[in-house]
Design a protein around this ligand. Sequence first.
Ligand SMILES: [Fe+2]
Length: 604
Amino acid sequence: MTVKPLKRNYIGLGTSPHDPSLAIVDSRGQLVFAEDTERYLQNKRAWCSPPDDFIRIAKLLKEYCEPDAEFVIASSWRSAFFKRLQFFSFGPFKGLIKRKIGAENYDMLRCIASYANVRHGINTEAHLQRVFGRRPVIRREYEHHLTHSAAACYSSPYAEAVSVVIDGLGESTSCKMFHFRNGGHLPISRKPSEGSFGQFYSFLCELCGFDPIGGEEWKVMGLAPYGGKNDRYYGLLRSLLRIDGLRIREGRHSAAAVRQLLELRRRPDQPAIEFADLAYTGQLVFSEYVDELLSHVHALNLSDNLVLSGGCALNSAYVGQLAGKGPFKNSFVFCAPADNGNSVGAAWLAYHQDHPQAWTPRTQVQSPYLGSRLSTDMLDKLLRYGGLEPIKTGGGPELYTQVAEELSKGRIVAWVQGRAEFGPRALGNRSILADPRRRDVKELINAKVKFREEFRPFAPSILAEHGDEYFENYRDTPYMERALRFRPEQAARVPGVVHVDGTGRLQSVKRELNEKYYELIKAFHGLTGVPILLNTSFNVMGKPIAHSVEDAIAIFLTSGIDLLVLDNYIFKKRALGALADVDAAAGRSPSTEDLSRTPQAAVA
Ligand SMILES: [Fe+2]
């Protein structure tokens, strides 16, 4: 009798101290689940939280793995890295290390090293064997930057590419490059970079008065277009790093420049807008650094396709500049290019290690809708006990038409459908939506829904077939991974989603990737002639995107959102909505005839 070999399912763990995540790849190599730990914890970035806590991992594996599959647990980071951290933090040289890096940094180091202790204490294998019977559980680990590259390359449309990982740090370097070919990663250079573009940007974030630990680099990007180049800042920031071929080195006078820059640091009582020049100049210097490095990589003549990953690939302003500029003809960024994507990379690396011949170039873009569904049980309870009297629609055109009409009347809509998006951006399944034709919409959502800084822009979701009509150098941008410049004649039609520099961090929406969201925008287009909706993540400042029915209701009831759409149910507030209030106060019908009102008038 022959014994049928067990199928294997691959459990990827992103085990960085920040942005941990879990992913599952099935026995055919399909990515069937991926989610940030922060979502279910509702704790931004989930610092030092294990992605494989016992109760959650067993539940997820029961739901998403194939029955009777054996498990391969694959994690990002070599454990030697964490052991080194533990040695530095708790070993015989801890006093010396503390003096060298300063008390504040040392506390952070100890915190991360303690997380490493927790990680080593978690015996996921034994737990899964207990829950699922005596199935073997295999453990593998992969180098951090390789998992970045794998997540990006295996989800990209390219048969071959140059893969550049630009990060804060890794086991031994901040930056790594691979030639991706035939499903394998060939390292391009093994020399480590001691300088770091990721740390450069975190430092810039700190100088501007924001918190890189909280992941507030977004704010620098949002603030930069309000400023201009400052020659003094430029000189200091340029002297922090230098590019030496394929390596990032520290600048020869970087210590003196750091000291001078720290004197410029924004104090809590200073308005952010006064630091727009610093943000602008920093973003400019960052772009020049990356340009220089990429030009050296491209000069190797390996490929015209660029796959960019690592935390710096979240810089959508820079990624947008790559379109139509070169030196690479094509560029790709995954929906989760930072450390949360490493669970996906680790799971895919483990799969391809077992199936070296299985790789074929992808024919369709990887869906980002990989996370949890809403609990139907909790939705039933809400309908039964909530006393909110929602409108039940039959879904389909009935739902799209009703919601599109409300949007066109100026209502702010929270739109929750299907599986959550993987990565930091809401892509039409956990989104707050509004009419982009309203000039006042940005100020209103910032003030009454997101409770965040007025300088931060909102993104446009556009039907992909209209992309070229609205944007210069248009490229399909399914994950909101790049900001492109609006064509000037079209920008005036959608002022609510045009940033001060004329750009928008767009999402190209195609039916094959998200039918419901596509049909909703199409219904809005049919009513208004505009194929765009304002799309921002369904959260409030400082919190992760809503994960459960309870999160959705809490945000709905404690913010200026007018409508909440959960699946096919529309929950409405009795009072007119935030935008509609303004119309009512002015004695007008809540429509969009007046598209030119000032933000001040709108929020008064
Ligand atoms: Fe990383």
